[in-house]
Design a binder for this molecule. Structure first.
Ligand SMILES: [Fe+2]
Ligand SMILES: [Fe+2]
Length: 683
């Protein structure tokens, strides 16, 4: 970088003016005599030329106005001129005396020493003028740079705070760092602990503008042997003008193996520690080869993105040391980046904790009841596939509906936890496959057996009494009585057997043609007429009220109370899930899980709300839940239905406006069947 500017100095002399000069001074180079305008036009530099041209123009007073008017259109930062004018009218009233661009006036033939004096004086004045203008321009440019730096920092802070993906965040940090400093290449290193709890530096991400270079992560020891390691250990920002000019006395050494392998030439380097809010160094940003010339007047701001470094001449002439101001600026950027990275780490950690928590909760539900194992996972999988289908659909009514990855996660979590409330419900109720619990039915059978034996005993006693009184009466009469008792007993005992069979049938959940309560009522009435006493002589009731109620169930195996308890699982789910401090993007999880048994026509539970009050996620889940309940082969009280039969049932539910017809179409169009659900269960 050129801190001090040189000047190209040119003297122009018109023919007419040359007549008023004794003899041009041979020590003055670039002295051009002739057509002033033509000569000047050729000598004016282009705007991008670095060396400014200052010109002294010797003219006759009669030429001054036209020359000035012609060349004044060439006003540019790197071209300044001043006139020396020969005047014949030397009176003070001559208006030329007042002109600002006339630096020297002479009235008689100019001697060589006077000519030299005029030239040098004009050049000196022009140089002062140039420097004054430059410094005010530079000041303005610096102000603009500061403003741009501030804008950049605000923009960076905003962008960094939005990005939650660590890899994307690293790319973003590097991209912004390169944009600000005009660096051709850059790398990001992250400090981490290995399995032995030893700190190391991981080369995480790198990008070179001029070259497509291979990128592979590697680790460096956490020590001062590398430049990034030095910055990571000390927290000192390094701004090295040329890494190849580091001396043996410097505390750092440059390893040129990367340059050699990739035919690259690292020159200037800016290496900044990434410090978090507690000043802990969590990484390092390394920027290589600034292509921004920090001379404000020269910088267009975008040149770094147009310059490709290929030849050694490119590396020599187009690479500059990193401007001093980038040190502070990049320290601010690195600080923001470190905090953003920490936030992202924390965010991911919280997400992982939620993931672990959901995983543990689902495993708790699944392991509690092996009979329904896998239900939560299958429902979650179906929900995800339906939502993804909707997201990708360009067809009405889903063309405008999108599911972001976060929304998909929200639905997945809600589906995984939708039946969590079942852990609060007595397991026996879920496993109840007959109207009476097994021990209840066993007890009933024992009572019937007891009744059977009691009846038999009563008749046998009667027969014994006849036998004891054998000698005291008519034999024929006795025989007749014996036979009658025998017949009555057989009939009664057969009836008890029949009752036992009927009650066994009634205990099954399969619906009967006859109303089961009529049958049970009739049996109860019949049995009540029979006397059956326990060993204390107390009359026993064979059918209890609970047995009568349960055996009278028309459909399924559950009585009203048990059904309500099972239905209450959604309330338990809601109360449990609601207490979890979900991040705001998951705020709908409790409601979605709560409403998976609601029906569009308001006949569902627990609230009986209608379509407009049921979130789409819950409507999706309702279909997934019913489908899996129908097709799963693990329900104790019913056999698994085929996909086709399940679809018929779902269709009739949709026809009755219980579930959403458009969502059922999504289910069908997404091609979901119980055969193609690839469920990876968490373990
Ligand atoms: Fe449920
Ligand atoms: Fe369920």
């Amino acid at each position: 970088m050129k801190d001090k500017l040189n000047f190209n100095k040119i003297v122009f002399i018109s023919h007419k003016a040359s007549e008023a000069i004794e003899k041009p001074d041979s020590t003055i180079t670039h002295c051009m005599v002739g057509d002033i305008v033509e000569n000047i036009t050729h000598a004016i530099p282009t705007e991008s030329e670095e060396t400014p041209v200052i010109a002294t123009i010797f003219v006759h007073e009669s030429e001054y106005a036209s020359v000035r008017d012609t060349i004044s259109i060439f006003k540019q930062w790197n071209f300044l001129y001043g006139f020396s004018v020969f005047i014949e009218d030397s009176s003070v009233n001559n208006p030329l005396v007042q002109k600002e661009d006339i630096f020297y006036i002479w009235t008689e033939k100019l001697k060589p020493i006077e000519f030299r004096f005029a030239v040098l004086n004009t050049f000196a004045a022009l140089q002062r003028l140039f420097n004054r203008e430059m410094s005010s321009n530079e000041y303005l440019a610096r102000l603009m740079d500061m403003k741009q730096d501030q804008d950049n920092l605000i923009k960076i802070g905003r962008n960094l705070s939005i990005e939650k993906n660590s890899d994307k965040l690293l790319r973003l940090i590097l991209k912004m760092s390169k944009t600000i400093t005009g660096a051709d290449a850059g790398s990001i290193y992250i400090i981490e602990s290995n399995e032995n709890d030893t700190r190391q530096i991981r080369f995480k991400y790198s990008h070179t503008f001029s070259k497509e270079l291979p990128l592979e992560e590697f680790v460096l020891p956490f020590d001062r042997s590398s430049i990034s390691g030095y910055v990571a250990c000390t927290g000192i920002t390094l701004n090295i003008p040329d890494v190849y000019e580091l001396s043996a006395d410097d505390p750092i050494a440059f390893n040129d193996s990367f340059d050699k392998q990739n035919n690259y030439r690292s020159c200037s380097m800016l290496v900044i520690p990434m410090k978090n809010h507690t000043d802990e160094i969590i990484g390092v940003i390394q920027l290589i080869n600034s292509k921004k010339n920090d001379t404000p007047q020269k910088s267009t701001g975008n040149e770094a993105f147009e310059i490709i470094l290929e030849t050694s001449e490119d590396f020599r002439s187009k690479v500059f040391p990193f401007a001093k101001r980038y040190e502070g600026l990049m320290e601010s950027v690195a600080g923001q980046a470190a905090i953003a990275l920490e936030n992202t780490r924390l965010f991911n950690q919280i997400q992982n904790q939620f993931e672990e928590f959901v995983k543990a909760s689902v495993n708790a539900i699944e392991s509690r009841d092996p009979a329904t194992s896998g239900h939560s996972f299958r429902v979650a999988e179906i929900c995800k596939r339906m939502a993804l289908y909707i997201h990708n659909s360009h067809i009405h009514p889903w063309a405008e509906t999108e599911y972001s990855p976060t929304q998909l996660k929200e639905l997945e979590y809600a589906a995984l936890l939708h039946d969590f409330g079942k852990v609060y419900v007595e397991l026996a109720i879920f496993r109840k496959d007959k109207k009476l619990f097994p021990e209840e039915f066993e007890n009933l059978v024992l009572k019937l057996d007891f009744l059977y034996r009691s009846i038999e005993l009563q008749y046998r006693i009667q027969q014994n009494e006849i036998l004891i009184a054998r000698n005291s009466g008519e034999k024929d009469q006795q025989q007749t009585r014996m036979e009658k008792i025998d017949n009555e007993m057989t009939s009664m005992l057969n009836r008890v057997k029949e009752i036992k069979l009927t009650l066994t049938t009634l205990n099954e959940p399969t619906p009967l043609e006859e109303d089961p309560s009529d049958l049970v009522g009739h049996i109860h009435h019949e049995i009540s007429t029979l006397t059956c006493c326990d060993i204390s002589g107390k009359t026993m009731s064979i059918l209890t009220d609970r047995e009568i109620e349960n055996l009278s169930i028309r459909r399924g195996s559950l009585n009203r109370e048990e059904r309500l308890e099972i239905e209450n699982h959604v309330v338990h789910t809601y109360n449990f899930v609601k207490r979890i401090p979900w991040p705001k993007e998951f705020k709908n999880i409790p409601e979605i899980a709560w409403m998976h048994h609601e029906k569009l026509d308001g006949t569902g539970y627990p609230r009986g709300v209608t379509e407009s009050k049921i979130p789409v996620g819950a409507q999706i889940m309702a279909i997934a839940d019913i489908y899996d309940a129908l097709t799963a082969s693990d329900r104790p009280y019913k056999k698994a239905l085929s996909h086709e039969r399940a679809m018929q049932i779902l269709q009739s539910e949709a026809d009755l406006n219980k579930i959403s017809m458009p969502l059922l179409e999504v289910f069908k169009d997404a091609g979901i069947t119980n055969k193609n659900l690839e469920i990876t269960e968490w373990v």
